[in-house]
Design a protein. Structure first.
Length: 553
């Protein structure tokens, strides 16, 4: 069946979400093509923050180091109220280094993210097909047939699956007849990449609260600064953005930007160079479905958010990774087709939660009522100065913005958990913990779980008492699911890992290909290995099963 199509998966859209999905698929040997209507990566992109969870996902794909090298780590937001310093809020803080290898947010222009993903794809002989617009889409029942329009003509492409990653004005979503319910805010936003004539002397974001909302400055590794914020009413009336789509931009005259900067940013600096500047609308929208037949929506094609917290790009990359490993396993006949349904059931609730949170934050930042303005300019500024000194508050903010909170408890793609209060549960993000005695370059317990397939972590302070023979378990699982499951023994000397995984005696932990827990089995227990195998039997197809034979044929 695979050879009957031009490719296994066609990705429409070469933004960070589409490229991440394509890279994850290509690394698993899936035949993938990527088309995009643009001429190439563009600098005029809104997204410029990559959060910790996104860096962890990129690390699983082997590109996080390149991202960090091209970006600028940001650990704090300096809050000002009409120019007066009010306090600092963390994008990291005391204790967060124990949670993740990336205890910061990374300032990284979206075009740089795109370029490093394009370069990584090229290593797998996958080149982005630019200037290639989706013209028509039909689901045949056994895949999709699409028409791709280029300057030199049209091409008909068939694929078993299609991923729509073509942005907020998604042609894929429209072709599927899906609405994009939500709202467009009355406020407009302004973005610009500029060069200032002075160094502000901080390696963090600067946010200035004003009567009309907020404005901010984000330093970039290139030496430029990203200016962002809500457009003042006077500018909004004088220069209304063109609204031809959800992604509409309007050009911004230099004199308007100079006046906005001088009147609202309250910093001792001037604009030395304007690289680009534009206005845009704030939206909060979500598609009713993320899957229709052989087609999936990810990133801005599935949901768009106002900019509070810089969640959009990061949420899209999470979509891409969640979907790609499931598609790869189904394409290779390793997993049952129902696994693909869990993409929507896992990711859409996350997107809805982020929409609600960012809407709440945006209303607090931009409300123009008397109470909202008073709260923002009088109360918030004072509260920030107090709470930002509290370690629990700092950790809470980092956890929320970094997207480390995302989990899939209760999903069909994870094991059922006993009803307990708190503690590690299937669906949670696999905890990060340093390994003290690694001799092969492995720095953390999560490094063990990189690569394809499921990984089983065997924790046992006393293997004999727990009845755990890791080598015997590895042989059993390799025979049952060849090449699909890898077993790792975590020795009791790794106390940080034992604390992070809450091991009291002995425990088997299954980690999914996206770094979330598939199952947690405590030892000793009656037929603990049987419970582990029962979970894997549900989410994987054994090499001898009829389903595998049919997929191979």
């Amino acid at each position: 069946m695979r050879d009957a199509h031009d490719c296994d998966v066609l990705v429409v859209g070469a933004g960070p979400s589409g490229l991440t999905a394509a890279l994850a698929l290509a690394q698993q040997g899936v035949r993938v093509r990527v088309v995009d209507r643009a001429a190439g990566p563009v600098e005029e992109a809104r997204a410029a923050i990559v959060h910790a969870r996104t860096l962890e996902l990129l690390d699983r794909l082997g590109v996080a180091a390149q991202a960090v090298a091209r970006g600028l780590p940001i650990t704090q937001v300096a809050i000002h109220e009409r120019g007066r310093h009010a306090g600092r809020m963390p994008l990291a803080g005391a204790g967060t280094a124990a949670w993740t290898r990336f205890p910061y947010a990374l300032a990284l222009e979206q075009f740089e993210t795109q370029r490093l993903l394009v370069e990584a794809l090229a290593e797998h002989a996958v080149d982005v097909e630019w200037d290639s617009a989706l013209d028509s889409l039909a689901d045949t029942g056994e895949g999709v047939r699409v028409t791709v329009r280029r300057t030199d003509g049209e091409e008909t492409v068939t694929a078993r699956w299609l991923i729509g990653a073509d942005g907020a004005s998604s042609t894929v979503r429209q072709s599927l007849g899906l609405e994009f319910g939500g709202r467009t805010y009355p406020q407009s936003g302004m973005l610009a990449d500029v060069v200032l004539d002075a160094d502000l002397g901080v390696r963090g974001m600067r946010l200035n609260l004003t009567r009309g909302g907020f404005v901010g400055i984000l330093p970039l590794a290139s030496g430029r600064c990203r200016l962002f914020g809500v457009v003042p009413p006077s500018v909004h009336k004088a220069q209304e953005p063109v609204e031809t789509s959800h992604e509409a931009y309007a050009a911004l005259e230099p004199e308007v930007l100079h006046r906005w900067f001088a009147d609202y940013f309250r910093v001792d600096a001037r604009l030395q160079e304007i690289v680009w500047a534009s206005m845009f609308r704030f939206h909060s929208r979500i598609a009713p479905r993320f899957r229709v037949g052989s087609c999936f929506l990810i990133g801005d094609a599935a949901h768009i958010h106002n900019p509070a917290g810089g969640q959009g790009l990061n949420l899209g990359v999470g979509d891409a990774v969640n979907l790609a490993w499931k598609l790869a396993q189904v394409v290779h006949g390793q997993a049952p087709p129902w696994l693909l349904d869990t993409y929507e059931s896992e990711r859409r609730p996350i997107a809805r939660t982020v929409l609600k949170r960012t809407d709440l934050g945006f209303r607090a930042e931009t409300g123009d009522g008397a109470v909202a303005v008073w709260m923002r300019t009088q109360v918030a500024a004072r509260v920030v100065g107090v709470v930002s000194r509290l370690a629990p508050v700092r950790r809470m903010f980092f956890h929320m913005f970094s997207q480390l909170w995302i989990g899939y408890r209760g999903s069909r793609a994870v094991a059922a958990a006993r009803p307990v209060t708190g503690g590690l549960r299937p669906g949670d993000r696999a905890p990060y913990a340093l390994l003290a005695r690694a001799g092969d370059g492995t720095g953390s317990v999560l490094d063990l779980t990189h690569g394809s397939g499921y990984h089983v972590l065997g924790f046992a302070a006393d293997p004999g008492a727990a009845g755990l023979d890791v080598q015997e378990l590895a042989e059993l699982l390799d025979d049952r699911y060849p090449g699909m499951v890898t077993v790792h023994a975590v020795p009791p000397q790794e106390t940080a890992a034992y604390r992070a995984y809450q091991v009291k005696g002995a425990r088997l932990v299954v980690v999914r290909p996206d770094g979330h827990l598939g199952a947690v089995v405590d030892l000793p227990a009656p037929d603990a290995v049987g419970a582990l195998v029962a979970f894997l039997d549900r989410v994987l197809l054994r090499a001898t099963s009829p389903e595998v034979s049919a997929a191979a044929g």
